[in-house]
Design a protein around this ligand. Structure first.
Ligand code: 13P
Length: 251
C-alpha cells in the first residue's frame, strides 16, 4: 500500500563534477528499479546538473531546505519558485542539523512545510530525539512535540504529499543505528500521533522513513518493519553502489 521511498541526503558534499560522477553511477545501478521511489537531494549548486541527468529516469530530485517566503529581501535563501524551475519534487525540512546549527524551530519548519505544500512540493519532515532525551526517557514526548509542531494545521488531504523522516540524532553519522525494534516502536508511535491529528486513514497512508547510519548491511532488517516505509540516507548515499544497495533492499 505504501510505496517505499529511499532518499539520499548529500548534505554539504559533492562539487558539480563529483555530483555528476555520482549520479551517472546511480543511473546505471538503478536502471530497472521501479518498486521503490528513489530520491536524490544534492546541494543547491548541483541541482541543475543532477536534475538534467535524471530527467528521463525514475529517480526523483529533492533538495535540503527551502525558504518559507515567496521572494524578496531574504539574503542567502532559496524560494519554491527557484526550486520548481529546476524540477525539484521533494524538499527535506527540519533536519536535525538545521535545528541544531541554524536554530530552526518547529514554528519555522511548519511555515516551510505549509509553503511547500501550497506550492506542490513534497516535504520530507525530519524529527528525532537527542541522546540525552532518550536516556531521560523522553523520546516519545520530544518526538510528539516535533510532529505536532512541525505539522500543525496540515490537513488529511495534504498529508498525502508529506513524508516524515524519523532520525534519532544520536544515530546520525555515528555508525550507531537504532535497532529495528527501537526504530519500529517510534515509527508506530509517530503514526499514532498523526492518526490523532488527522485521522487513521491519513496516518495509514503516510510514509515514514528511518534515518541514522542506515547502510546496505542493516537496511533490509530496518525496512522489513511494518511501520518503516523507507530511509533517509546520509553517508551511504555518497557512493552509488551503497545507495543503490539500500534502494534495492527496499524492493
Ligand atoms: P547518516 O546516514 O550519515 O547517519 O545521516 C543520516 C541523515 O542525517 C540523513 O538525513
Amino acid at each position: 500500500m505504501r510505496k517505499p521511498i529511499i532518499a539520499g541526503n548529500w548534505k554539504m558534499n559533492k562539487t558539480i563534477e563529483d555530483a555528476l560522477t555520482l549520479i551517472e553511477g546511480l543511473k546505471l545501478e538503478l536502471a530497472d528499479c521501479m518498486d521503490v521511489e528513489a530520491v536524490v537531494c544534492p546541494p543547491f549548486t548541483a541541482l541543475k546538473v543532477v536534475g538534467d541527468e535524471i530527467a528521463d529516469t525514475q529517480i526523483k530530485l529533492g533538495c535540503q531546505n527551502m525558504s518559507s517566503e515567496d521572494d524578496g529581501a531574504y539574503t542567502g535563501e532559496i524560494s519554491h519558485t527557484m526550486l520548481k524551475e529546476l524540477f525539484v519534487k521533494y524538499v527535506i525540512l527540519g533536519h536535525s542539523e538545521r535545528r541544531e546549527y541554524y536554530k530552526e524551530t518547529d514554528f519555522w519548519v511548519n511555515k516551510k512545510v505549509k509553503k511547500a505544500l501550497e506550492k506542490n512540493l513534497r516535504p520530507i519532515v525530519c524529527v528525532g530525539e537527542k541522546l540525552e532525551d532518550r536516556e531521560a526517557g523522553n523520546t516519545e514526548s520530544v518526538v510528539e512535540a516535533q510532529v505536532r509542531g512541525s505539522l500543525a494545521d496540515i490537513t488529511a488531504e495534504q498529508f498525502k504529499d508529506v513524508v516524515v523522516a524519523y532520525e534519532p540524532v544520536w544515530a546520525i553519522g555515528t555508525g550507531k543505528t537504532a535497532t529495528s525494534e527501537q526504530a519500529q516502536a517510534v515509527h508506530k508511535f509517530i503514526r499514532g500521533v498523526i492518526a490523532d491529528m488527522v485521522g487513521q486513514d491519513a496516518a495509514d497512508g503516510l510514509r515514514i522513513q528511518y534515518g541514522g547510519s542506515m547502510k546496505p548491511d542493516n537496511a533490509k532488517e530496518l525496512l522489513s518493519q511494518p511501520d518503516i516505509d523507507g530511509g533517509l540516507i546520509g553517508g551511504a548515499a555518497l557512493d552509488a553502489r551503497s545507495f543503490a544497495a539500500i534502494v534495492k533492499a527496499g524492493m
